[in-house]
Design a protein around this ligand. Structure first.
Ligand code: FES
Ligand SMILES: [Fe+2]
Length: 352
C-alpha cells in the first residue's frame, strides 16, 4: 500500500482552541507548513507558513496588537486577510498575499481544510457537541507520532489489537473474539462490536466500578480522511439503554510532515463528571494506551518504509473496517488527483 500521499480535500483537526492565542504557532499539515494565530477579535486564522518574499517561516515573525503579521526576515507585513500591506519602512508595496486555509472553530476544536477552499463543506464534520455538553466532561490533547496517518487509521478501525497491545487496561480476549459489523455510507465507514456478558477489562472495572460480567459496545465511525469517533458503552450485563456508562473518544489523525502524524485525542464520559480523581485516572490511562499504540505504529512504520516493493499482506475478517477505510481514502485521493489533472488540461483538449 502507498500510504504516504495525503488527501487535502477534507477536514483535519488542526489544533485545539486552547492551543492558539495571540502568538504564532507552526504546525505542518499534509506536508504544508501552517501558521495559526488569532486576530484581535479572537477569530482564528491559518496561513501558509512561507513568506511570499523568500519563504522564511512567518511563524518566526511577530504579530502586532492590531493583528498585522510581520515577517521578521525582511519586514513584509500582512493584514488580517493575509494581504501584504507594506514592507517595514520601505516605499515599495509588493503585490503579495498569503494563502489562507478554510477553518471551522467549534466545541473547542479548530478544523482545517488544506485543499481546494471551494470544496470545504462543514456538513462533513462529525457531531462534537459532547465536548461542550454540560452533562459530559472530557480531556483532550495531542501526541506526536512518527508514523504515517494510515497506520493510525488502521489501528483505530481494527480494535482487535486491544487484546494484544493493551491487555492491562482496555483489552482482553473478548475484543479479538467478537466479530464486527461493518457499514459503508458514501466515503464513511462504521463498525460495531457488541460484547455481551464478558469479563470487564481492568480500565472499565476501575473507572466504572463494574464487576464481571459486563456488556461492552464499541461503535466506531470514520469520517475520512482523518477523523474517527469511537462510541463506547459499558454496563452490568443485561442493563437496558439508556442506563450504562457512556464514553466517546475523538481522534484527529492529521498528517504532518513526511510520515509524521499529529495524534489528536479527546476522551469524554457522561457519568461522575465532577470526579476529578476519575478524570485524572482516565487521562493517564488514555495517554498510556496511546503510548502503547505509538510504540507499535512507529515500529510498524519502519517496516513499511523499508519495504517499498510492498510484500503482499495477509488479511482476515476483522480487517474489514480497516480495509474499507483504506479504500475510502484511496478513492478520495484518486478523485483529488483526477480533478487536479483535469484542471491542468487546456479546455479545448479536455472537451475533445
Ligand atoms: S522572507 Fe519574508 S520578508 Fe523576506
Ligand atoms: Fe490502541
Amino acid at each position: 500500500m502507498t500510504l504516504t500521499q495525503h488527501v487535502r480535500n477534507g477536514w483535519y483537526l488542526g489544533a485545539w482552541s486552547d492551543e492558539i492565542g495571540r502568538t504564532l504557532k507552526q504546525r505542518w499539515i499534509t506536508d504544508i507548513p501552517v501558521c495559526f494565530y488569532r486576530l484581535p477579535d479572537q477569530t482564528v486564522t491559518a496561513v501558509e507558513d512561507r513568506c511570499p518574499h523568500r519563504k522564511y517561516p512567518l511563524s518566526l515573525g511577530h504579530l502586532d496588537d492590531d493583528g498585522t503579521l510581520q515577517c521578521d526576515y525582511h519586514g513584509y507585513r500582512f493584514d488580517g486577510q493575509g494581504v501584504c500591506v507594506g514592507v517595514a519602512e520601505q516605499a515599495d508595496r509588493p503585490k503579495a498575499a498569503l494563502r489562507r486555509f478554510p477553518l471551522v472553530e467549534r466545541d473547542g476544536a479548530i478544523w482545517i481544510w488544506p485543499g481546494d477552499p471551494e470544496l470545504a463543506d462543514e456538513s462533513l464534520l462529525p457531531d462534537t457537541s459532547w465536548l461542550t455538553d454540560p452533562n459530559w466532561t472530557h480531556v483532550h490533547g495531542v501526541v506526536p507520532l512518527k508514523a504515517r496517518h494510515m497506520l493510525l487509521l488502521e489501528n483505530l478501525l481494527d480494535l482487535t489489537h486491544e487484546t494484544f497491545l493493551h491487555p492491562t487496561s482496555i483489552g482482553n480476549a473478548a475484543v479479538a473474539a467478537t466479530p464486527i459489523d461493518v457499514t459503508v455510507d458514501g466515503d464513511r465507514v462504521g463498525f460495531s462490536r457488541r460484547m455481551i456478558g464478558i469479563e470487564a477489562p481492568p480500565f472499565y472495572e476501575k473507572s466504572c466500578g463494574l464487576t464481571s460480567p459486563v456488556d461492552r459496545w464499541q461503535d466506531g465511525d470514520f469520517y475520512p480522511p482523518g477523523i474517527f469517533v469511537l462510541n463506547i458503552r459499558v454496563a452490568a450485563t443485561g442493563t437496558e439503554e439508556p442506563d450504562g456508562f457512556h464514553m466517546k473518544v475523538l481522534y484527529g489523525m492529521t498528517p504532518g510532515r513526511g510520515n509524521e502524524t499529529h495524534d489528536f485525542y479527546a476522551l469524554g464520559r457522561d457519568y461522575l463528571i465532577d470526579d476529578q480523581e476519575l478524570t485524572k485516572f482516565q487521562h493517564e490511562q488514555q495517554l498510556a494506551v496511546m503510548q502503547e499504540d505509538v510504540d507499535a505504529l512507529e515500529a510498524q512504520e519502519i517496516m513499511y518504509a523499508t519495504d517499498p516493493g510492498g510484500t503482499a499482506e495477509s488479511s482476515i475478517k476483522s480487517d474489514l473496517a480497516a480495509l474499507r477505510g483504506r479504500r475510502a481514502v484511496a478513492k478520495m485521493l484518486a478523485r483529488e488527483q483526477r480533478a487536479q489533472q483535469d484542471a491542468r488540461i487546456p479546455h479545448s483538449r479536455a472537451s475533445v
